[in-house]
Design a protein around this ligand. Structure first.
Ligand SMILES: [Ca+2]
Ligand SMILES: [Ca+2]
Ligand SMILES: [Ca+2]
Ligand SMILES: [Ca+2]
Length: 307
């Protein structure tokens, strides 16, 4: 009898544990399932909402512009603060910001206009060498949310391939000129007169509905950047710079795939798919640094299956 009772209570305890386990299991999986099922917000609506937030932020904040006009030292910190009633005469970030429009197609083919803002606080000396949207950039940066939280920071410069970064960065960096550098005897490199400033982007040019560590979904982002130097990129090493692999001449090399094999020209070693590598038919017989056009039809050989 006693034995039976114990068995019974063990059984009950087991059932209780099983029920608790099942409840916890369901509780733990339900929010994820719901998140997965939640469709992303409408791009256009979000773009407009983010723009309102960005404009409101820029109009209510300023940066220490006086410090930069009076002092040309390279390592001065950019400080952003709120405009209060006692300093309402200050120029706001919005007074300095330059707006550009970046149009992107959604997966459904809808064209959405995003507003991107930037402020060049110090122009770099190499104004002819601004990075394109398909170059590599050597930079340091600090990324912030509109509430001031810093979600990422690189004080020591890093190389970024703008083909592989969020769109707001890719399109924002092209306004910043790199600087000069000198190599010291001990091998260290000192940069001077490099470009510095701010980029403000809506979530549609950032991570949109993909939350990151420290970045909630649908967050507009602010970046402080210092652009030290750049490298003109030729991703497929075919002799044509990536930014110039743009036969439809819309300034965007990410939408050109001449042979329609699913590999865009900037990554395709044989752009016209005729079996001859671009580098071998670009400027072959009589090198003159101009693309060859054997049949004189205005289409260079490397983009012309029929030469
Ligand atoms: Ca190339
Ligand atoms: Ca293009
Ligand atoms: Ca291709
Ligand atoms: Ca070819």
């Amino acid at each position: 009898m006693l034995k039976l009772k114990i068995e019974h209570s063990i059984n009950q305890r087991f059932q209780a544990i099983l029920i608790i386990f099942l409840v916890l299991f369901c509780l733990s999986c339900r929010p994820d399932d719901q998140e997965d099922e939640e469709p992303p917000r409408d791009y256009l609506e979000q773009s407009l909402e983010d723009d309102q937030k960005l404009v409101q932020y820029m109009k209510s904040h300023y940066y220490n512009y006086d410090d930069f006009s009076n002092d040309s030292s390279e390592d001065k910190e950019i400080v952003i603060d709120t405009i209060l009633s006692e300093n309402a005469n200050l120029k706001s970030l919005f007074d300095f910001a330059v707006e550009t429009s970046v149009t992107l197609a959604t997966n459904e083919g809808e064209i959405i206009e995003h507003k991107l803002y930037h402020i060049v606080i110090k122009d770099g000396i190499r104004t002819e060498d601004k990075p394109s949207i398909a170059d590599s950039v050597y930079l340091s940066y600090k990324g912030k949310l509109l509430n001031g939280n810093i979600f990422d920071k690189k004080t020591n410069p890093v190389w970024f391939d703008t083909a592989n970064v969020i769109r707001g960065f890719r399109y924002g960096l092209q306004f910043f000129s790199p600087g000069n550098f000198i190599q010291r005897q001990n091998g260290t490199i000192d940069f001077n007169q490099f470009g510095r400033g701010l980029i403000f982007m809506p979530s549609g040019l950032g991570y949109f509905n993909n939350a990151q560590t420290s970045i909630p979904t649908y967050s507009p982002l602010i970046f402080e950047v210092s652009v030290f130097t750049i490298n003109k990129a030729d991703h497929d090493n075919d002799g044509v710079l990536s930014i110039d692999e743009d036969p439809n001449k819309d300034g965007n090399p990410y939408n050109d795939d001449t042979d329609e094999d699913g590999i865009i020209n900037m990554y395709d070693e044989d752009d016209d798919g005729d079996g001859i590598l671009t580098k071998d038919e670009l400027d072959g017989d009589d090198p003159d640094n101009l693309p060859d056009d054997s049949n004189n039809d205005g289409i260079p050989d490397y983009l012309d299956k029929n030469n």
